[in-house]
Design a protein around this ligand. Structure first.
Ligand SMILES: O=C(O)CCC(=O)C(=O)O
Length: 275
C-alpha cells in the first residue's frame, strides 16, 4: 500500500517551504516488510539548522549537566585512545524547544499513524552527538523485555549533520524484525551475534539534514566508530502505538533511570542522579 502525504497538511512546527518535495510517498508495506523506511527531505533544513544551533548552545551553556553521574548523559570511549567523550542527552526535549517541536511535529505523527494504523505517542527522545572518535554501538534490537515496554516501539532518526559510513552512521539489518526478540526476554540488554544476523548485510545509512529514517524496535542496528573529523549529531525520537500503553513517556523515564542507577551501582558507581 502506498501512502501520500501532502506537504500542505497540518504542520505544527513551521510551514513547509515550496522547496521541499511537494508529495512524500511512503510505502507502508515496505516498512512492514523491511523494518525500516527512509523519507528524504521530510523536514525543512531551516528547522534542522535551528536544532543544530540549539545543540551547540546546549554544549556551551549547559556544561553543568554534562557529568558522568548525571543519568541524562551518556559517554563513549574514543575508539582509538579510550578518552571518555560526552555523547548523548537522554531525554532532550525538556532542554531544547526545537527538538520538542520536531518530536511533536504533526506531519510526522501522520506518517506514524499510517505505519501503525492508529495514532502514536511519544515514548523517548535523545540527542546523540557522536563526536569525532566516538566508538559506535554493538548490534542490538531496541526492544527490551521490561514490564510494559511497548512491542510497537519504533524510532525516527533525524540527522542534524549529514551522516554516512565515514562518520559512523547507523547501520540497519533489514527483514530480521519478523520474529520479534532475537535474544532472551529477560529484561537485560543484549547484543546480537553474527549468527543471529542470518547473513543479512547492513544498510549503512547516508542521510542529509531534512531526511529521516524510521525503524522498528525489533530491527537490528548498530554503528561503527566516528572515524572522521566531523560530528554525527542525530535525534532519536521513539514512539509507541497509542493502544500499546498510551502516553507512557514519564513512566518510561522513571523505569529507565532506576534501571540505569542499578546497573551503575553494580560497577560501584553509587553517586548517580538525574538533572
Ligand atoms: O548512534 C547510533 O548510530 C546507534 C544508537 C543506538 O542504537 C541507540 O542509541 O540505541
Amino acid at each position: 500500500m502506498s501512502i501520500v502525504i501532502e506537504n500542505s497538511s497540518t504542520h505544527e512546527t513551521s510551514p513547509s517551504p515550496a522547496s521541499l518535495t511537494p508529495v512524500i510517498s511512503a510505502d507502508v508495506s515496505d516498512y512492514h516488510r523491511d523494518g525500516y523506511l527512509i523519507l528524504r527531505q521530510f523536514f525543512d533544513p531551516a528547522l534542522i539548522q535551528q536544532i543544530s544551533d540549539e545543540a551547540i548552545s546546549l554544549l556551551i551553556e549547559r556544561r553543568d549537566l554534562i557529568d558522568t553521574n548525571n543519568l541524562r548523559c551518556r559517554f563513549q570511549p574514543h575508539h582509538q585512545n579510550g578518552e571518555c567523550l560526552f555523547e548523548t542527552f537522554d531525554p532532550v526535549i525538556d532542554l531544547s524547544p526545537a527538538c520538542g517541536m520536531i518530536a511533536r511535529d504533526q506531519r510526522l505523527f501522520q506518517v506514524l499513524e499510517m505505519l501503525y494504523g492508529e495514532p502514536a505517542a511519544l515514548f523517548k527522545d535523545k540527542l546523540i552527538f557522536k563526536p569525532p572518535g566516538a566508538k559506535g554501538y554493538g548490534i542490538h534490537q531496541d526492544y527490551i523485555a521490561w514490564k510494559n515496554f511497548p512491542r510497537s516501539f519504533l524510532t525516527v532518526l533525524v540527522p542534524i549533520d549529514a551522516c554516512s559510513p565515514e562518520n559512523g552512521s547507523t547501520e540497519l539489518y533489514a527483514g530480521l524484525h519478523h520474529d520479534g526478540p532475537l535474544t532472551p526476554e529477560d529484561g537485560a540488554y543484549h547484543e546480537l551475534t553474527i549468527d543471529q544476523l542470518q547473513g543479512v548485510k547492513p544498510l549503512k545509512l547516508t542521510l542529509a539534514p531534512g531526511d529521516i529514517a524510521i525503524f522498528g524496535g525489533f530491527t537490528p542496528h548498530g554503528s561503527a566508530p566516528n572515524a572522521s573529523d566531523v560530528w554525527r549529531r542525530q535525534l532519536y525520537l521513539s514512539y509507541n502505538a497509542l493502544s500499546d500503553g498510551g502516553d507512557q513517556r514519564s513512566a518510561h523515564y522513571a523505569t529507565f533511570q532506576s534501571w540505569l542507577k542499578e546497573r551503575y551501582a553494580e560497577f560501584g558507581k553509587t553517586e548517580t542522579y538525574f538533572r
